[in-house]
Each structure stands twice: as structure tokens, then as C-alpha cells.
Design a protein around this ligand. Sequence first.
Ligand SMILES: *Cc1c(COP(=O)(O)O)cnc(C)c1O
Length: 400
Amino acid sequence: MKDTIQTLPLKDKFHLPEGMIYLDGNSLGPLPKGTNARVAEMLTAEWGEHLITGWNRDGWMAQPERVGNMVGRLIGAPEGTVTMGDTLSVKVYQALSAALKMRPGRHVILSDSGNFPSDLYMAQGLIQQLDQGYELRVVDPEEVATSIDETVAVAMITQVDYRTGRMHDMNAVTKAAHDAGAVMLWDLAHSAGAVPVDLQTSNCEFAVGCTYKYLNGGPGAPAFIYARPDVADTMDAALAGWLGHDAPFAFEPDYRPAPGIGRMRVGTPPVMQMTTLEHALSVWDGVDMADIRMASIRLCDLFIREVEARCPDLTLVSPRDGALRGSQVSFAFENGYAAMQALIARGVVGDFRAPDIIRFGFTPLYIDESDVLAAVDVLEDVIKNDLWDTPEYKRKARVT
Ligand SMILES: *Cc1c(COP(=O)(O)O)cnc(C)c1O
């Protein structure tokens, strides 16, 4: 499989609803074909027939490591340095907690205003829990590298801004952190499967991310966490669950962490969700991230060019230079929420982020130029003819 180089797009690997142009794979990837059969097999043959013996026989207990290695291959992490479980917010908490423990005497967590709120909330909650005078310092994204000084224990940065797609230079920021003696923690939520990442080269201590966005693991798919091998055996996992214990089935009364990344496991893995994700990751066999990146920039550039030419009411808020952008394009529009509802009603699915941003993800696995052009046709129609201007499109739903 590995030797076959795949040519993009790979639309036939996904179930893509008839008549829909899906530009929201940055938020929830589509269903890979074969998932239903694989999950049905897991349910009937594995759970159904093998019951508890499935933990060994079907490799359920080893899934977090096995799937972690599959994710690791996409982000330049060596074998055995990534594990899976819980949600990204929980993994942020664990990595941040471990990082803080590595720099006693320093009390600042540095992040930026482009970070996703949950990461900032988790930091705030951890600070409160520790109650030791820690401080969360949030600076402008452009000022991250120059703001890391010797008071900073950990720089906790999300590489690609969820709103605008602006992308940090991972190696440069990591170097700035290390030059100041700080620990580097990257959130790769909008990077994994979207842009080439090489954790080993970046030399960061920690990285976390989710798998339901560009990795197509399905709603609620488990998160991943990476620790650099030289810190993994001494780090503090923060959540001392039994499956992060060195010998879970010895049932010792006292916690003793497993060696390496295994200690970042907490409790029982979600086997159905993990099975779904494992199947989704097989889609990447033979896919070159450099090809993905090239196609992604080409699609995003085309979208920007066409929208700016045909929808002058929209203002680009993503970097114009593809090298500084992840795999999404965002425009500001005063009536953005209603405009997105009008687009969705016409089969062009992106999403809205407050206060006024309409966001479109471009995922070369299943999006091509004809999709981009067709989407702009609909967008132009919605904007030029004020098709968004109806009460039904202005009613806010729970998820935007
Ligand atoms: C999507 C995203 C999350 C979501 O966290 P969950 O715990 O999986 O809900 C967190 N942080 C960032 C940066 C994200 O992009």
C-alpha cells in the first residue's frame, strides 16, 4: 500500500452527499467509505462474538498506541511517541500541566489571542486548580516569538488560527521558546492532516490535536498527544488513571506511571470511535503531505481570487500569502451568519465564527477546482442578490 502514490483528489474514498459542496472538513471531516462495514464488523464479530476477550484478541487495548503511530506518521513523530484518547481539551490540560512541572520557579503560561478558547479556558482552570500564582499571558499572534522571556514556563500555541487560518512558523517559535528556556506546547488541531508538520525537527516538547477535523475520525473522535522522548519518562501526566499506570492489571493500590507516552492514557479507550478513526487514517496510505499542501494552497488561492473579484462586499481576513496560511480561507461579512445559512441551504457548507466571519475549509483529499468554482457561483448569488436577508437565516442555532 505504502508504495502506491495516490493522486489527488481521492473523492471515491469518501461518502460525499449528493449535491453538497463540503467546505467544512476543517471542523468535521466527512465519512470515509468502508467505515460502516468496519464498525459493523467490530460490533458483530468483535464485541458481539468475542466479548471481553476482544481487549486482547482484537487488539482493542493496544489501539491507542497503534492509532497513535498512524497519526504520528502524519506529523513527523517517531514510533511510540503519540497516544490517543479523551478530547483535545483534556489533552491540552495534561500537556500543559506536565510542561509547568518541568519549569518550577516560572509562573507564566504564554498564549496568543488567536488561540481557540477551550485551550485558554483549560489553562485558566489549571491555574485555579494549582493555586500557586500562575498567570496566563495572552499576546497578539505576531508578538508570540518576542514575548517569550525567562518568566515564561510554557508557550502554549495553536499553530493555525481557527478563525483566520493564520499559521505560526513552528520551528521559529519553538526556537524562541527554547532560547528563553521555556517549554513548547503546540496545538495541531488545524494542522494535522492539513499542512506538513515535522515534530521531530521542530524539537518541541509537547503537541496535541484532535482527529475529527482534517483526519476525518468522526464526531467525538479521540484526541492525540505527543511528548518528546527525552521528557516522556519523567513527565507528570496530571490525570493518574489506571491505564496510564505501569501495570494496570496488577491493580496496585498506588499510582506508578507507565514509561513514555503511555502515561498520558487515562481510562478505557473508546473502541468504536477508535475503530472508526483507525479506518479513516488508512485513507492516508500513499498520500504525500507535500502534495496535500500544494493542492491546498492552489485551491485557497483560487477561492480568494474568485471571491474578491465577484463579491467585493466580503473582506479577506486570512493571510493572502499561502505560506502563512493553513488550509482554510475566511472572509468577514457583516451579515455573515445569515449568509452562511443561505449558503448551506444551497448546498455549500462552510461555517460561521463570531462576530462576523464566514469560514471555508479546503481539503484536497476530496475537494477540487470545480468545487471551488461552483461554491463561488453560489456565494456570489447569495451576496449580490441579498439572498441571506430573510428571518429564517438569521435565527441562531446552537452550533454555528
Ligand atoms: C477544535 C479545537 C478544540 C476542541 O477541543 P475538544 O476538546 O476536542 O472539543 C480545542 N482546541 C483547538 C485549538 C481546536 O481547534
